[in-house]
Design a protein around this ligand. Structure first.
Ligand code: TXA
Ligand code: MG
Length: 319
């Protein structure tokens, strides 16, 4: 199907992707159509071996220092949840990267993703397999909920392990930029590079996107998301909002016993940051499906994968 220009959704270790042959401009255009994705939001190209990078990226355009950084990151985190932004090769259709000269590339660790890329015999362009602006899918059912009838196939590999999208690092700038926190932590990347990553550029203007995909409101559920400092604040918000006639749901930690007894519907995310990352999108979707008007959640420490969790919660709660 991929070789014939079709759209195939597939599991990765982060979230499900919606794949098309990255070297086929018409197939890539179908991704934007199916997702109703903004045409200025570039895609990530997925490869099945580090050597395949040269098929899609112009590595000669990197300085020696940038090349060394790329090799270090690939050596440390590939295959895995790290995406690097490098220079696009002229033979790769421009719509893959929304017309930019740069290209985002990732070598996923999921065996089904790897096998798919190898069998297709082409690099695969794949954004997350959700409707544009919606919460990313972490199960095949989530993909169907958003895209059934608009895509050709979903490969069902069960629930994804990490649950949040890959970390995106731009290697074409000095110093490199953290465009999106994700499955690999900032500290891990900085330890390998030996340099502090520049802050992601916040961008609200869709017409000019130097850091595409960084729209403030993104990863959003239908319901309004309200972040609270702790369980007490969450219970107080719940009482207040119920008094206003809102239908209130909550994303809770395993040790939030009082809130679990008081707030219905609720969804228990787990206790560790890794569990929260894995279950966050399923929780947002589950509460949305129960028709709540407001979702309450507590703020968590922004350490490790907590930075990516906080980033997604902030964007999902932006109005
Ligand atoms: O974990 C993931 O990365 C998942 C799985 C399927 O691999 N994919 C994913 O793709 O999250 P997507 O399209 O939802 O997010 C890709 C983001 C863009 O929104 C943008 O922030 C960044 O990657 N990106 C892609 N190409 C870029 C480029 N040339 N320059 C800067 N940022 C880019
Ligand atoms: Mg996405």
């Amino acid at each position: 199907m991929l070789r014939e220009g079709g759209l195939v959704a597939f599991p990765t270790e982060t979230v499900y992707g919606l794949g098309a042959n990255a070297l086929d401009a018409r197939a890539v255009a179908r991704i934007y159509e199916a997702k109703q994705r903004a045409l200025n939001d570039p895609l990530i190209v997925h490869i099945a071996a580090p050597e395949q990078l040269e098929q899609v990226a112009d590595l000669s355009a990197l300085s020696d220092l940038q090349r060394a950084r790329l090799d270090a990151l690939a050596g440390a985190f590939w295959p895995g949840p790290l995406t690097v932004v490098v220079w696009r090769k002229a033979s790769v259709p421009a719509n893959v990267s929304a017309g930019l000269d740069t290209l985002a590339v990732r070598f996923p660790s999921h065996p089904i993703a790897q096998a798919l890329i190898r069998y297709a015999q082409c690099p695969i362009a794949a954004p997350s397999a959700n409707r544009f602006g919606h919460v990313s899918p972490t199960t095949a059912q989530h993909v169907l909920d958003d895209l059934d009838g608009r895509i050709d196939l979903v490969l069902d590999g069960g629930a994804t392990q990490i649950g949040l999208e890959s970390t995106v690092v731009n290697l074409t700038t000095e110093p490199p930029q953290l465009l999106r926190p994700g499955g690999v932590t900032r500290a891990q990347v900085e330890a390998v590079l030996g340099v502090a990553l520049a802050a992601p550029v916040q961008q609200n203007d869709e017409s000019a996107m130097p850091a595409p995909g960084m729209l403030t409101r993104h990863y959003a559920p239908r319901a309004r998301l309200v972040l609270c400092a702790d369980e007490d604040a969450l219970l107080a918000q719940h009482a207040f909002l119920k008094g206003q006639g809102e239908l209130v749901g909550a994303l809770l930690m395993r040790d939030h016993a009082r809130a679990q007894a008081t707030i219905h519907p609720h969804f228990v995310l787990g206790q560790t940051l890794e569990e929260v990352a894995r279950n966050l999108y399923a929780g947002l979707r589950a509460l949305d499906a129960q028709g709540v008007s407001v979702i309450l959640a507590v703020r968590l420490p922004e350490v490790g994968v907590g930075e990516a969790i906080a980033d997604r919660l902030r964007r999902a709660s932006a109005r």
